[in-house]
Design a protein. Structure first.
Length: 482
């Protein structure tokens, strides 16, 4: 088996529908919220899984998803989806041109037309994908897709070609997509003319520049629904990486959240970086509210135990697809510090985990013995480590639990105080110093539940584990005996 295995493509936008589905790990409650009929803003840092989640809403990805948790969720799918990928190729050029006052309007016109054409092309691509699923067995496909006759396809193409000002060589979805690809090339030609000194675009010869994406989108929905005999079918438009679109495109799409489109049949799902000034400005200017106009889903993990749960599932899937009958805990072993205060064990009370006889309590007691400043902290909080039972849950959360990670790191790296005032100095980070960062869940904590970072971190470890056939496990210096 090569070093580059299964999860070697970290970015979901480069994966096929089958690859997306086969490597998908369901984040707790996220997909269920995302399939609601509300407009949704999906935010999170790079690699947090925004593209994967959007692609998992498409029918081809859902039809390829065979995990145990898939079937119950598929029963609630009552929509079709169009995935609209961001296009970085024209963003920078249009943005820089739009700063020149004499061509700003033309640059924005080209930018909006490019966005419109990409959207229309995504719609036609979805039609082609659906035609390949027609008649496919499953719990959800037959009630969302009906087999279109050649006459129905011609009718849809004719209506859209007229409205979108297209001239396909034949009234088929494939020819429609080819015509839209040519239009993008025409827009590129106009963009270069503008960029290299032709500061005028004859709009009478390029009437397609004035086609409105909202009207074109709405017509596609109604035409295909009508031809399919499903007039009330709901559509999701999945806009990925909206932060790379030109500002004027972002502002227009954000305005749609306030009712510019038919909310009875159409929902937007927008993937954004954690902060987007255009989105914030649109909200302020138009009064857009997450409580009234859209649902917000944050892909960060404010509770680290949720991040561990997701990370374990993803790592275990990596091991399974690598053919290993092991878990990530088998592979990595336990951490130097086991995070015992977060382990659910009915035999150990929460307060009991901080007692001197438990691993966590022992760390607290060792630090108190050698660190005068920590003893001063305990005295200020009126905490007696020898009598933990005197604390209640509220006091525990405000005092000991709050400083747990600091205590563990400080105790690990510190030497006893010579002056009895504070820790004298931190130990130099020798080769053994990395021990505290090894094992599970310490390694999982490093990525904070970010799937791309986790895959990047774990792929070479899993590949090496496969090479040794699981017979040697990771120890604190690497693979034992390796």
């Amino acid at each position: 088996m090569s070093d580059s295995i299964f999860f070697d493509t970290f970015n979901a936008k480069h994966k096929t529908d089958a690859e997306i589905a086969s490597s998908f790990v369901l984040p707790d409650g996220t997909l269920e919220r995302l399939i609601s009929k509300d407009h949704t803003v999906l935010s999170g840092p790079r690699g947090s899984g925004k593209t994967t989640l959007l692609k998992m809403l498409t029918l081809p990805a859902l039809s390829n998803w065979t995990a145990p948790e898939a079937e119950p969720l598929k029963t609630s799918v009552n929509f079709v989806s169009v995935f609209v990928a961001a296009d970085r190729s024209w963003h920078g050029q249009l943005t820089s041109m739009a700063k020149q006052a004499q061509i700003k309007e033309h640059a924005e016109l080209l930018g909006m037309s490019a966005f419109t054409t990409h959207l229309f092309k995504a719609i036609i691509t979805a039609f082609i994908d659906w035609s390949r699923l027609e008649g496919k067995a499953g719990l959800f496909v037959p009630r969302l897709i009906t087999e279109l006759s050649a006459q129905s396809e011609r009718q849809i193409c004719s209506e859209l070609a007229d409205a979108w000002l297209l001239r396909p060589r034949a009234p088929t979805f494939l020819e429609m997509r080819a015509a839209l690809a040519k239009r993008l090339a025409d827009i590129g030609l106009l963009r270069n003319q503008l960029r290299y000194g032709v500061n005028f675009i004859d709009q009478s010869e390029n009437r397609f520049l004035m086609v409105d994406y909202r009207e074109g989108l709405a017509l596609a929905v109604s035409a295909h629904n009508q031809a399919s005999g499903l007039p009330d079918r709901r559509w999701f438009f999945l806009f990925d990486e909206m932060e790379v679109a030109p500002s004027f495109v972002q502002e227009s799409v954000f305005a749609d959240l306030r009712g510019q489109i038919d909310r009875e049949k159409i929902s937007y799902k927008l993937a954004l970086a954690p902060f987007n000034k255009n989105f914030r400005q649109s909200m302020d200017a138009q009064g857009i509210s997450p409580s009234n106009d859209y649902l917000h889903i944050d892909l960060s993990f404010p509770r680290k135990d949720k991040g561990y749960e997701f990370s374990r599932k993803l790592c275990n899937l990596m091991l399974e697809q690598a053919g290993m009958d092991s878990t990530v805990d088998d592979l990595l072993g336990t951490s130097f510090f086991s995070f015992e205060d977060e382990i659910n064990d009915d035999s150990i009370t929460t307060l009991g985990k901080y007692s001197a006889g438990r691993p966590l309590g022992a760390v607290f007691n060792r630090l108190a013995e050698k660190d005068a400043s920590f003893r001063a902290y305990l005295k200020d909080k009126r905490i007696d480590l020898s009598d933990i039972s005197a604390l209640d849950e509220h006091s525990l959360a405000k005092s000991l639990r709050k400083v747990r990670n600091i205590v563990v790191i400080r105790e690990y790296f510190s030497r006893p105080s010579r002056s009895d005032l504070q820790i004298d100095q931190l130990s130099a980070r020798s080769r053994k110093s990395v021990i505290i960062y090894t094992g599970s869940p310490s390694l999982l904590a490093l990525t904070e539940g970010n799937p791309r970072s986790l895959i990047n971190l774990m792929s070479p470890i899993v590949a090496q584990y496969v090479k040794v056939e699981g017979k040697r496990k990771m120890n604190r210096a690497g693979f034992a005996g390796g």
